[in-house]
Design a binder for this molecule. Structure first.
Ligand SMILES: *[C@@H]1O[C@H](CO)[C@@H](O)[C@H](O)[C@H]1NC(C)=O
Ligand SMILES: *[C@@H]1O[C@H](CO)[C@@H](O)[C@H](O)[C@H]1NC(C)=O
Length: 504
C-alpha cells in the first residue's frame, strides 16, 4: 500500500510544474482507484451474496445434495449478474407502479364473491392450533431458524427474503415466486408476517421432542407426529427440470388426455410410472407387483436422464391416463405426483400415505380414491382392480370424484389457501415483523433475473393477476369435525382391509 503516498508526491511535483494538467490527471487516478476498489468489491460481493438460485449457499445439512453449479462462464460475469439481480433489478421508487399488473381478463367478473373454501381448508386451524395459546414469539422463530432454508418477511405488501441454505433444483426460486404472486393477486390484503421456511422433503419438528415449545416451520408436508406447517409446493408454479407446467395448464392438459379413452376402453389394470430409487420402501415393494395377470398391475421405471435427452416425449403426464387404475406411492416423503395422478379420472389406488401435504386432507376413501394397505401391497392392488372391474360404475365415479377434487383446487384456490394460512398465522404473531438486515427485497424482475431461460419461461407463464373477487371464505375452526373425519377414514380403511382378508 506504499504506492499511494509516493504517487501523491509525484503528482504534487508534477502539478507544481504543470498546474493545468492536474485535473484530468487526478480524475484518471480517481477513476482507476475506484475501478480497482469496485472490482475488488465485486469479487467480495460475488463470494458473499446469496441468491434464490443458490449462489454462495451450502446445501441444507439435514438433507445433503450435490452442490449447485452455475452456467456463467467467468467470475466477473457471475459477480455482475449477482449484483445486478440482487441489488439493481427491483426498481426502487417506482416499485408499485412498475409492478401493478393488469386485471386478469378471465376473472374480470366478480361472480364468485361469496365462495366457500373447500371443507378441508379447516385444517389450517388445526395446523396452527399449537400456537393458539402461547402465540408465536420471536424466540420461537429464532429457534425454528435452525431448521430453515430461508426466511420470508412481508411488510407493507413488500416481500423480503433472508437465505440460509440452498434447496434442490429450483425449489427456492419457485416457492418465493409463488409467494410474490400471492402479493400480486391480493394487493394490499396480505398482512405483515415473518415466516421460517424449509424446502426439503421431510418434516423436522417432532411433536414429542418439541412439545414444550412448538416451533413454527413452513414446508411442503407434515405428519400427525410433527408440528411442521404444510404449504403448497413449488410445482404448482411449474417444475421445469422435469418438464412439468404450471398447475392450471398441466391440469387442463391431463384432463384432455383423460378424455381420449372412455372408461370401458381403458386398460383394465393398475399403472404406475416413476422413480423407484428414492429410498422409499413402498416403491421398492411396488416393483414386485409388476405382473398384469397375477397382480393386475404394470409398474414402469421412469428414467429421467433418458427423458431429459429425448425431450420428455415418453413422460408426458397427459398420455398416462389410459388405465382405469393409477397407483400413488409416496417417495422420500410426500410426492408432487399425487395431483397429476388424481387429475386423470382413473381410480387412484393410494398406498396408505405417511405424509400430508396441504390438499391430500381432501381425500376420502371409497369416495374419491381407493386405499391400498402397505402390509401386502400387491394383494391389495389386485383386490382393488378386481373390485373395480366388477363394479365399473362405482369405480368410474370414484375416479371422477378424484379428478373433481383437483379441478376444484385450481390456482385461485391454491392462492386462497396461502392467503388464509398466512392470514391466520399473522394473527398469532406476538411481535412486529420487520426484515432482518441481511434480507433482500424481492420483486418479479429480481427473481426472473436469476432464472435460466427454461425457468424464466415457466415462471412467466405462472404469473398471477389481481383478483377481481375476494378470496373464498374459510370455514371456522371445528376440531370435533376434523376428529370425526379422521375416525371415519380409519373405519372405512379397516372395514376394507377386513373385506380384503376375507376374500383372499
Ligand atoms: C358481490 O358482493 C357485493 C357486495 O358485497 C354484492 O352486492 C353482489 O351482489 C355480490 N355479487 C355476487 C355475484 O354475488
Ligand atoms: C414391468 O413389466 C413390463 C412388461 O413385462 C416391462 O416392460 C417393465 O420394464 C417392467 N418394469 C420394471 C420396473 O421392471
Amino acid at each position: 500500500m506504499g504506492v499511494l503516498p509516493s504517487s501523491t508526491t509525484r503528482i504534487k511535483s508534477y502539478a507544481r510544474r504543470h498546474p493545468f494538467f492536474i485535473i484530468p490527471f487526478v480524475a484518471a487516478l480517481c477513476f482507476f482507484s475506484l475501478t480497482a476498489i469496485f472490482l475488488f468489491k465485486v469479487d467480495d460481493v460475488a463470494y458473499q451474496t446469496k441468491t434464490v438460485a443458490g449462489h454462495n449457499l451450502e446445501p441444507t445439512p439435514w438433507h445433503l445434495f450435490p452442490p449447485k453449479t452455475f452456467g456463467e462462464e467467468t467470475k466477473y460475469s457471475r459477480a455482475s449478474k449477482i449484483i445486478h439481480c440482487n441489488y439493481l433489478a427491483c426498481p426502487r421508487n417506482t416499485f408499485n407502479n412498475y409492478d401493478t399488473p393488469q386485471h386478469d381478463p378471465s376473472h374480470s367478473s366478480a361472480s364468485n364473491n361469496d365462495t366457500q373454501c373447500p371443507e378441508f381448508y379447516r385444517w389450517i386451524h388445526r395446523d396452527l392450533e399449537p400456537w393458539s395459546k402461547s402465540k408465536i414469539q420471536l424466540t420461537h422463530l429464532m429457534e425454528a431458524q435452525k431448521r430453515a432454508a430461508f426466511r420470508v418477511t412481508i411488510v407493507g405488501g413488500r416481500l423480503y427474503v433472508d437465505l440460509y441454505f440452498a434447496c434442490v433444483q429450483s425449489r427456492q426460486m419457485f416457492t418465493i415466486w409463488g409467494i410474490f404472486q400471492l402479493l400480486r393477486r391480493y394487493p394490499g390484503m396480505i398482512p405483515d408476517v415473518d415466516i421460517m421456511f424449509d424446502c426439503m422433503d421431510k418434516p423436522s419438528i417432532s411433536r414429542s421432542e418439541h412439545q414444550s415449545m412448538p416451533l413454527p416451520l413452513f414446508r411442503y408436508c407434515t405428519t400427525p407426529q410433527h408440528f411442521d406447517i404444510p404449504f403448497p409446493d413449488w410445482s404448482f408454479w411449474g417444475w421445469p427440470e422435469v418438464n412439468i407446467a404450471p398447475w392450471d395448464e398441466e391440469f387442463r392438459d391431463i384432463k384432455r388426455g383423460s378424455e381420449v379413452l372412455r372408461w370401458n376402453k381403458k386398460w383394465s389394470n393398475a399403472y404406475w410410472k416413476g422413480n423407484p430409487d428414492v429410498g422409499a420402501p413402498v416403491r421398492t415393494a411396488l416393483l414386485k407387483c409388476n405382473d398384469t395377470r397375477k397382480w393386475g398391475a404394470q409398474i414402469m421405471r421412469q428414467n429421467w436422464l433418458e427423458e431429459v435427452k429425448s425431450g420428455f416425449k415418453a413422460s408426458k403426464l397427459s398420455n398416462q391416463c389410459n388405465h382405469r387404475y393409477k397407483i400413488y406411492a409416496e417417495g422420500f416423503a410426500w410426492s408432487v405426483s399425487l395431483k397429476y395422478i388424481l387429475s386423470c379420472s382413473s381410480l387412484a389406488l393410494i398406498i396408505s400415505p405417511e405424509y400430508q401435504d396441504f390438499f391430500n386432507r381432501g381425500l376420502i376413501p371409497k369416495e374419491n380414491y381407493w386405499p391400498i394397505s402397505t402390509s401386502d401391497i400387491c394383494r391389495s392392488i389386485k383386490f382393488a382392480v378386481d373390485w373395480g372391474n366388477s363394479n365399473p360404475k362405482q369405480a368410474e365415479r370414484m375416479g371422477r370424484e378424484g379428478q373433481k377434487l383437483m379441478e376444484t383446487l385450481d390456482m385461485n384456490r391454491v392462492y386462497d389457501y396461502m392467503y388464509h394460512l398466512i392470514l391466520e398465522y399473522s394473527k398469532l404473531l406476538d411481535f412486529e415483523p420487520s426484515p432482518p438486515p441481511s434480507a433482500l427485497e424481492v420483486c418479479a424482475e429480481s427473481l426472473l433475473c436469476h432464472a435460466d431461460s427454461e425457468q424464466r419461461e415457466t415462471l412467466e407463464r405462472s404469473t398471477a393477476f389481481p383478483s377481481a373477487a375476494p378470496p373464498c371464505t374459510l370455514p371456522p375452526p371445528d376440531s370435533g369435525l376434523i376428529d370425526q373425519w379422521i375416525q371415519m377414514k380409519i373405519k372405512t380403511i379397516s372395514d376394507l382391509e377386513l373385506l380384503e382378508k376375507k376374500q383372499m
